[in-house]
Each structure stands twice: as C-alpha cells, then as structure tokens.
Design a protein around this ligand. Structure first.
Ligand SMILES: NC(=O)C1=CN([C@@H]2O[C@H](COP(=O)(O)OP(=O)(O)OC[C@H]3O[C@@H](n4cnc5c(N)ncnc54)[C@H](O)[C@@H]3O)[C@@H](O)[C@H]2O)[C@@H](O)CC1
Ligand SMILES: Nc1ncnc2c1ncn2[C@@H]1O[C@H](COP(=O)(O)OP(=O)(O)O)[C@@H](O)[C@H]1O
Ligand SMILES: [K+]
Length: 485
C-alpha cells in the first residue's frame, strides 16, 4: 500500500472520530509515550537515560501537552528535565502538573549542554514562523543537542510543508497515527519520521485529493519475459537536442536505452551524435523516417522555433502517450490547447520556472495544490521537479518522492528523467506511475553516483543501471537512507 499523508483537517477528523479516546486524554498519553520512547532511543544510542538531560519547549496547545507528558515520563526514568513555557498561562495544565510531579523544572531559559530537546511549540495547530521567544531557544542550542519534534518541526506548515524562517530543524519527528503532508513535503527538515500508533482509525474521505508515496516494493520495474522481443516491450521515441544542444539528445536517449529493454528511436538533428554515444539507438533526422513507437518524449534541447513547434504539434496530434519537457513546455505555454484535454496519456515535466511559464503564476508555497490544479484544469498528468518531486494526475491524486539528496540538481539531469519516464510510458505504464517511478530511480541513481560528491548528468546516467537493478531485483536500500540535509 502506498503511504498516505494527511492534512491537518483529516488528522482532526480521525482524532474526533476516536471519541472517548480523545476526550479521556488517552490519545495524548499514547502520543506522549511515543515521544518519550523516541527520545529515550536517542539517549540510549550513547550512554542510556539515567543522569542525562533533556529540555522541552512548550507552546500554548496540545502539542505542548504531548511534550510535557513525554518529559515527565523521561524524568521518571532518571532524566533531568527542564522546560521553557512560551505561554505560561496557556501551558497544558495536566501536562504541566505531571511534569512538575515527576521532578521536572520550569526555567526562563534552557541550560547549556542538553542531550536532547523536545520541540512542543506547535503541531498541526501552528501557523507561520517560530515567534521570537521560541526562535531564541532553538538558536541557543548546542550543535550536538538532538532535536526531537512532536508531530511536526515547529514553523513548518502542516499541509503545504512550507518552511518558514525561522523554524525548527529536527533530527527526529514523532507523529501519531498517520504521517502528515509536511513529513513528505518538508522531509529534509523532519529528519527521521517515527509514526506511533495511538489507536485512531483511517480518516480517508473517498473523494479527497490524496498525497501518497510509493514504497520501493510497489515499483514493479518492467522485466522482459520469455516471449518478448525488441518490439513487444514498447518502443520509445525521443525528439530532443539540436545542433546547439546535442547533449540533451544524448542524455535523454541514453536514459531511454538504459531504463528498459526493447528499442529506442531518435528523431532530430543530433542523430549522429546520439548514435555515436549509443549505437543501439535507431536514429533519423526527420519524423517521417522515424518508424513506429509506443510513446514519445519531446522537448529537451530541441528549441522553440517554427520547425520545433510543427514537430510537437504532429506528435501531440497522434493518439500515443507523450511526455512533454523543456522547450516543448515553453511552446505549450504559448499554446495550451496543444495538450489541454488531449485524450491520449500526456505527461508534462516542468521545473518550477517552466511551471510558472505554463500557468502564468509562480508555484508558490502550496506545491501540491498548484500541481494538482494544473493537472485537473488541463486533464493531463503533471510532474513538478525538485527535491520533492510531485506527480499529479487529472483526478488530483498526487504522488510525491523525496530524492533523499539534492545531488541531482545539475544541468542535464532533467533530460535523463525524461528518457526514463518516456520508456515507462512506452511499456504502457500510466503517466503518473511512469513519472513517479522515474523520479524514484533517478534519485537513487544520483545517490549511488554521488556518495557525497558532486555529479554531472553523465555520472547520473551511468549510475542508472545499478539503481534500476536494485528495483528490478527487489533489493533496494533507499528506504533505509536517512535523508542528508
Ligand atoms: N487532539 C488530540 O487528541 C491529539 C492531539 N495531539 C497533539 O495536539 C497537537 C494539536 O494541538 P492544538 O490543536 O492544540 O494545536 P497546537 O498545539 O499545534 O498549536 C496551537 C496553539 O499554538 C498557537 N500558535 C499557532 N501558531 C503559532 C506560532 N507560530 N508560534 C507560537 N504559537 C502558535 C495557537 O495560538 C494555539 O494556541 C498535535 O499536533 C499533536 O501534537 C496528540 O496529543 C494526539 C492526540
Ligand atoms: N534540489 C533538488 N534535489 C533533488 N533533485 C533535484 C533538485 N533540483 C532539481 N532536481 C532534479 O534534477 C532534475 C533537474 O531537471 P531540470 O531542471 O529539467 O534540468 P535540465 O533541464 O538541466 O536537465 C530533475 O529530475 C529534478 O527533479
Ligand atoms: K512541534
């Protein structure tokens, strides 16, 4: 099952539906226990709990209540617990009583040298950045102090993942029942996310726009069967590059060759360069001589002149799946009718700049709504690139992928992504699966290629085969990666 990321309203509905568990405070006790366990696990990594020291930063709502109960539990295990109350008159009364009864101390500021700090400033009820008093506490922490956020790092918007300045950067985030949208959309700020079962049920409304991510096991990479030949697996055609930008053609066609077996065709003026790098590509200068394909990739480095526009129009007039990238997106932004309402599967793959060109407005802080709105309005699938790639289908369902590192932010990496996703379209995958799976292996290839050092798109392309091998054989390590910051 894909992982689903809830909005704050969905979380509240789920908690309300639990009835007595909420009213009796049971949910909060369970949540606090989960937080205490996570902090204890951090302390146990080095030296255990007894005699260690923990700070807790307490806001005005139930998030602060969770933090106080958790700190009380730690105090009972021999941890010295210090609390700063940001709104003393509003601090959760029962939590504060429990904290004091366990021997916790309330101070105006946290002492130095703490082993861990619990961020209980705000959770799903938070809006906007950390206010100055909280910001001062977090700015004063020793760099070695482990920060454990309750529910969300404070200052991160629950539904959009917008990272306000200032906001908390957590090493561990402990959440309850189901992950929230921000845990994916602001993954680099959440650290390791621990989901604690507190006994709330699934709140899904059937018509809700969902944000999900696939597990490694759900990526069912195409593997040729005994009866397959080079044609039966789907032939992908790449229209990319130009005399000025032959590299885009080489990278996109090379990625298509690498991503699936079968055949890759190429159309464009860089045909000689493409074939010299990848002799297996069947290349032609003109579309009329291209031969048949099951999907097209069109756009990287191809220019925006009249010839490019005519080529794009012809391809989009077909009833084949088409991936529209780069220069083809620029053409489409002047003529949305080329893709809007197209009946055959259509995948647009803009980066933020191209997205703004397509819609006439910046993506903004709410990336999920932005991408889902465009997909719904034009009836196409839209993949918005970035550290967290989002792929929205026309129904508004969005699949997200955290790349886990940002080494793929390099020129030409998008051409590689287009080639991968195009080959998946050619084997018959839906545009959303093609885009999301491509983003996943692309990110994994970047991690394998980089291992901490900068990479170019050629290195990323070279690591694509080992990355795909892990998915095709079911031996992936991506889910055990702790995302680097
Ligand atoms: N409802 C429940 O039963 C449960 C709630 N839980 C916890 O309760 C949290 C939600 O609690 P609340 O609804 O009380 O909301 P929060 O505690 O998240 O925050 C609301 C309070 O913070 C203030 N606030 C908002 N933005 C702020 C900012 N930027 N700086 C400082 N203060 C700000 C608000 O004025 C309000 O007083 C969850 O995130 C979770 O941690 C858990 O205990 C699980 C069970
Ligand atoms: N900060 C980032 N972290 C991880 N991946 C990124 C980041 N920024 C961009 N990428 C990925 O790198 C690729 C860049 O594509 P694009 O911007 O089209 O570049 P180009 O046109 O030069 O190939 C995309 O796959 C995108 O998702
Ligand atoms: K918090």
């Amino acid at each position: 099952m894909p992982t689903r990321y809830l909005t704050a309203d969905e979380v509240r509905d789920a908690e309300r539906a639990s009835g007595d568990l909420l009213a009796s405070g049971t949910l909060m006790r369970r949540a606090a226990h989960g937080v205490a366990q996570a902090v204890a696990a951090e302390l146990n990594r080095a030296g255990g709990c007894y005699g260690r020291s923990v700070g807790v930063v307490v806001g005005a709502g139930d998030n602060g209540g969770d933090a106080l109960f958790a700190a009380a539990e730690l105090a009972r295990r021999g941890v010295a617990a210090h609390a700063v109350l940001l709104a003393p008159e509003k601090a959760h009364p029962a939590g504060l009583r429990a904290f004091r009864a366990a021997g916790g101390r309330v101070d105006d500021a946290l002492p130095g040298g703490l082993d861990a700090v619990i961020d209980g400033v705000v959770g799903i009820g938070g809006r906007g950045p950390l206010r100055p008093a909280a910001a001062t506490v977090f700015a004063g922490l020793d760099p070695e102090t482990v920060v454990v956020a309750v529910d969300l790092p404070s200052g991160i918007e629950a539904d959009t993942g917008e990272v306000h300045d200032p906001s908390v950067r957590a090493d561990v985030t402990v959440t309850f029942g189901f992950p929230r949208r921000a845990h994916l959309l602001a993954a680099p700020r959440c650290g390791r996310v621990v989901v604690v079962d507190i006994g709330v049920g699934d709140p899904l409304q059937p018509d809700a726009r969902q944000l999900i991510s696939y597990s490694d096991a759900e990526i069912d990479w195409p593997v040729p069967g005994p009866a397959d030949d080079k044609y039966t697996q789907g032939v992908v055609g790449v229209i990319a590059g130009s005399h000025r930008y032959p590299g885009a053609a080489i990278l996109a066609a090379g990625a298509a060759v690498t991503a699936t077996s079968g055949m890759t065709r190429y159309v464009g003026s860089a045909h000689a360069e493409v074939v010299s790098h990848f002799p297996e590509v069947v290349a032609a200068p003109d579309l009329a001589d291209a031969g048949r394909v099951q999907a097209w990739v069109v756009g990287p480095g191809m220019g925006t002149d009249a010839a490019a526009t005519a080529l794009l129009r012809t391809v989009l007039d077909s009833d084949l799946p088409v991936l529209v990238d780069a220069d083809a997106l620029t053409i489409v932004s002047n003529e949305p009718g080329l893709v809007a309402g197209r009946a055959a599967p259509t995948l647009l793959t803009p980066h933020a700049g191209e997205f703004a060109r397509l819609t006439g407005a910046e993506v903004g802080a709410d990336r999920v709504s932005a991408v889902a709105d465009l997909a719904a309005r034009w009836g196409v699938t839209v993949l918005l690139k970035g550290r967290i790639t989002l792929v929205a289908d026309p129904s508004g369902r969005v699949v997200g992928n955290d790349a886990g590192s940002s080494w793929a932010a390099t020129a030409g990496a998008g051409d590689v992504l287009a080639g991968i996703a195009g080959s998946l379209l050619a084997v018959g995958r839906s545009p959303q699966e093609a885009g999301a799976w491509a983003a996943r292996v692309h990110a994994h290839a970047a991690l394998l290629a980089s291992r901490g050092a900068p990479i170019g798109a050629s290195a990323l392309l070279a690591a694509l085969r080992p990355a795909i091998r892990e998915f095709a054989t079911g031996r992936t390590a991506t889910e055990t990666h702790t995302p680097p910051r």
